[in-house]
Design a protein around this ligand. Structure first.
Ligand code: XMP
Length: 517
């Protein structure tokens, strides 16, 4: 396995993903990991990631010395290369010019890292690579024993290597997709230089997780809150495979789910897979508590607390459950660790509605803790979950509760469910569903005038929202074809009594959030 030391770059998670895509397990740790921990980790190779600080300040973070004495290959990326250069006796300078964006580097020498890789050939037959650069500082003098690996006009030392010790440094970012040959660079490092085997595959991940869960829980009973979302569904399928009937799922129907969602979840898990699922039908309770509440945060709180109340009640009906399973995934783990130490520069705010009571006396089973979302999806498929479920858009914990603006009423929820179903159905039919990251309808409690035949209608408004995003922190409104919007609009107005107007939301995030509340 590969150890990635983090210096706070926003790209560090991408490095871990690229290494895993090659088929090798990798883990991100903070740069100040102790020597003992590093030795215990037994890395086959180490990657020093980028970071926002400047090596030249003297107070900025350094890699632990053991990284360079352990005898394993080391790859420094951006800041990682600079600190490698500085720590091994080279020199780094702050340049007044910041370089950010595409660059073409010329491959130098005959290194094991960049051999046989090229995007273009220059006039004297040399290999050129299209890469992504993002840096202020650069290496001015390489440490003794290093040779030039790559260069550009503005950054003469864009890469360096010491063949004898298998140390490599690149100023550019092979982990971002703009660096076209990034994957091959990681393959060379991880497979050829570090000698790792391809063992991190969906089948192996499942097998390994099943074994670990069995070891962890033994013959005890496990409880899982199943929402129908990707993570909890994959946990359910995985635990079912690992421990069968020792698992009980509780599925809370809060009356704010999408059309037929409750039945679909029950069909898939209880009927088809034979998972024990308790369905708690709590629509009346949720809607009763939401009566009169019109402020978004207040609604979220009510929905969150009511969820806990219902879940707790169901859990108490079960005898001797010792473990609670949760669908925590690797980015959650990294983010909360980074938030605690204050080392990350960008911290995502968590909306954890559906969080569980603090006083529940359970121990946690978190079988997805080491996995990225794309890995969770892959093992979902491996476990036999349908593609459409595994690649479903995310759905917020408070559900339609935050898509009905202001006060939530059953009448509104019913209209919204129908409108949303039509929108999603048409997106699928037009091949647009998987081109968008999230799409849904919003109920606006305002009345608008329309005409049908000779009659005048005075009814509700539905807004459609579809966005494209990678991380849900920023998003672009999806440029859906007009014909598709026209079809959705006419179907909604014609098929749903109570809607007289449909609008399309053309706001991007920021400043608008993805949800309307
Ligand atoms: P915003 O609206 O903040 O949404 O741009 C970003 C992503 O988070 C989801 N979201 C939520 N998820 N509970 C959740 O579990 C919430 O209260 C919540 N609010 C927003 C939203 O659907 C989008 O994917």
């Amino acid at each position: 396995r590969i150890l990635i030391l983090d210096f706070g770059s926003q790209y560090t998670q991408l490095i871990a993903r690229r290494v895993r895509e090659v088929g090798v397990y990798s883990e991100i740790r903070a740069f100040d990991m102790s020597e003992r921990e590093i030795r215990e980790f037994e890395p086959r190779g180490i990657i020093l990631a980028g970071g926002p600080e400047s090596v030249t300040t003297g107070t900025s973070p350094r890699a632990p010395d053991v990284v360079f004495t352990l005898g394993v290959p080391v790859l420094g990326i951006c800041y990682g290369m600079q600190t490698m250069a500085e720590q091994l006796g080279g020199e780094v300078e702050t340049s007044p010019l910041h370089e950010f964006g595409y660059a073409q580097v010329k491959v130098q020498g005959k290194s094991a890292l960049l051999h046989d890789i090229k995007d273009h050939v220059d006039h004297d037959g040399g290999a050129l690579l299209d890469v992504w650069m993002s840096h202020g500082d650069k290496v001015k003098r390489m440490p003794a024993g290093f040779e030039l690996l790559a260069s550009t006009d503005s950054c003469p030392i864009a890469g360096m290597y010491c063949e004898e010790r298998d140390f490599y440094g690149v100023q550019f970012h092979p982990e971002v997709t703009h660096t076209l040959q990034g994957k091959r660079i990681f393959e060379h490092f991880v497979l050829e230089l570090c000698g790792c085997e391809v063992l991190w595959t969906a089948a192996n991940i499942v097998e390994d997780a099943v074994r670990k869960v069995r070891e962890q829980v033994g013959g005890d009973k496990v409880l899982l809150g199943l929402s129908g979302g990707v993570d909890s569904s994959v946990v359910a399928a995985l635990l079912h495979r690992a421990i069968g009937t020792q698992l009980t799922c509780v599925f809370v129907d809060n009356g704010l789910l999408r059309k037929n969602e409750g039945d679909q979840v029950m069909d898939m898990f209880a009927k088809n897979m034979g998972v024990k699922v308790i369905r708690a039908d709590a629509e009346a309770l949720f809607l009763g508590k939401l009566e009169g509440a019109d402020e978004p945060e207040q609604k979220r709180k009510i929905i969150g607390n009511t969820f806990i109340e219902v879940f707790d009640r169901e859990a108490h009906k079960l005898a001797d459950v010792r473990w609670l399973a949760q669908g925590t995934i690797y980015p959650d783990v990294i983010e909360s660790a980074a938030a605690k130490t204050g080392k990350a520069h960008v911290i995502k705010s968590h909306h954890n509605v559906g969080g569980l009571p603090e006083d529940m006396q359970f121990e946690l089973v978190e079988p997805l803790r080491e996995l990225f979302k794309d890995e969770v999806r892959q093992i979902g498929l491996e476990l036999g979950l349908p593609y459409d479920m595994v690649y479903r858009h995310p759905f917020p914990g408070p559900g339609l509760g935050v898509r009905i603006l202001g006060e939530v009423r059953k009448e509104y929820a019913d209209i919204l469910r129908e409108a949303d179903a039509i929108f999603i159905e048409e997106l699928h039919a037009a091949g647009w569903y998987h081109k968008t990251s999230q799409a849904f309808a919003v109920f606006l409690p305002v009345k608008s005038v329309g005409v049908v035949g000779d009659g005048r209608r005075y009814e509700w408004v539905i807004a459609l929202r579809a966005v494209e995003t990678v991380d849900f922190m920023t998003a672009r409104w999806a440029h859906l074809p007009y014909e598709l919007l026209a079809k959705v609009s006419s179907r909604i107005i014609n098929e749903i009594a109570g809607v007289s107007r449909v609008t399309y939301d053309v706001s991007s995030k920021p400043p608008a959030t993805i949800e309307w509340e």
